[in-house]
Design a binder for this molecule. Sequence first.
Ligand code: AOS
Ligand code: ZN
Ligand code: ZN
Ligand code: ZN
Length: 424
Amino acid sequence: MRLEKEQIEQHNKQLAAKHQRAFDYIAADVPQVEEILKKLQAFQIAIPSWALGTGGTRFGRFSGKGEPGNLEQKIEDVGLLHALNRSSGAISLHIPWDIPKDAEKIKALAASYDLQFDAVNSNTFQDQAEQEHSYKFGSLHHVDPKVRQQAVQHNIDVINHGIALGSKALTVWLADGSSFPGQLNFREAFQNTLESLKEIYKHLPEDWKLFVEYKAFEPFFYSMTIGDWGQSLLLASKLGDKAYTLVDLGHHLPNANIEQIVSLLLMEGKLGGFHFNDSKYADDDLTAGAIKPYQLFLIFNELVEGMDARGMDHATGLGWMIDASHNLKDPLVDLLQSVEAIMIAYAQALLVDRKALKEAQSQNNIVAAQQILQDAFRTDVRAIVAEARLRDGAALDPIALFNSLAIREALIAERGNNTVATGL
Ligand code: AOS
Ligand code: ZN
Ligand code: ZN
Ligand code: ZN
């Protein structure tokens, strides 16, 4: 299924007058609105292939319908999202869940929807049918060199799949850790991981990045071998210039100050990118901005400040990806909500009066500093985000159009009650 230009235009026509009123109202108070619009239009957020179907809980999975059953259909889904919002112009694949059998064909299909391939993800957290050694006790950190070698080889295979598709990064997330004190020698586990990553790093093309994702807990509950940003940064620093830390918002201990972590990683030139999502308790993988929108804004506030200080291009400087899991909502609708929330946080961060903030900080004027941030956060920028979509040929209200065109129903008619099981 593909959306026609006319379908979007007709929808926009219906909402045009209301949108114009809202946009004029906010634009009158934002002198740099044209600059903000350009930045929003350039900003693209990659959709994870594993979030297009219904995920599960530990207790069960309630399947959706009309879900993509193969890589082609996943690309079709992201194509639909991108047509609706023009901000989801990339897909992040997980191997072996998404092995491209004919890379050229897959590349051409993605290009027909104007999609790029963001980071490819390796999977050494599950055993595959034809696999010789088990990952039950870890992969890159394993005590047995044969297991480590198998996991290294898998990552090299993933890089090769990525090269064929035009990806420029590999994300490594490891389910390596321990659940009981004494189970692991921490130092040896870390060193094994480093040695394995070095081997993988050797196979990275010159213009590629290696993203080292960390996670404080789960699936193991006593230690994770790459458990926090310190461990990830240590690995990335030892590996070299192409290695970076990847921040998944759900991977911290409760109440961690993620915006401070982001700021310092960026300062060190070691922030690679994001897995956006939101959470109340742990790695909940909920819709971005659903629980802690102020935190999302504060993260973007640090990003804008830090990237500008380093002269980085906002759109291309980092890997912007979503990592989510859907049990209750239609995955496509949820992803539209996540992208919108990320765009809103970004737009609000662009509103922050940096000069005034600097001034307030230098005077220790806490009240003013807080006010400056909260003024930006409390500004309703939805019409600015919608205007950016309008100018890009996307829908003023993507979810309303998704519903009125009965896109899910059309997908069910096309694909049947097909469902796929997806990520963690
Ligand atoms: C797992 O918790 C991580 O967030 C990874 O990014 C993982 O590869 C992804 O969630 C797919 O399962
Ligand atoms: Zn993640
Ligand atoms: Zn996660
Ligand atoms: Zn997760």
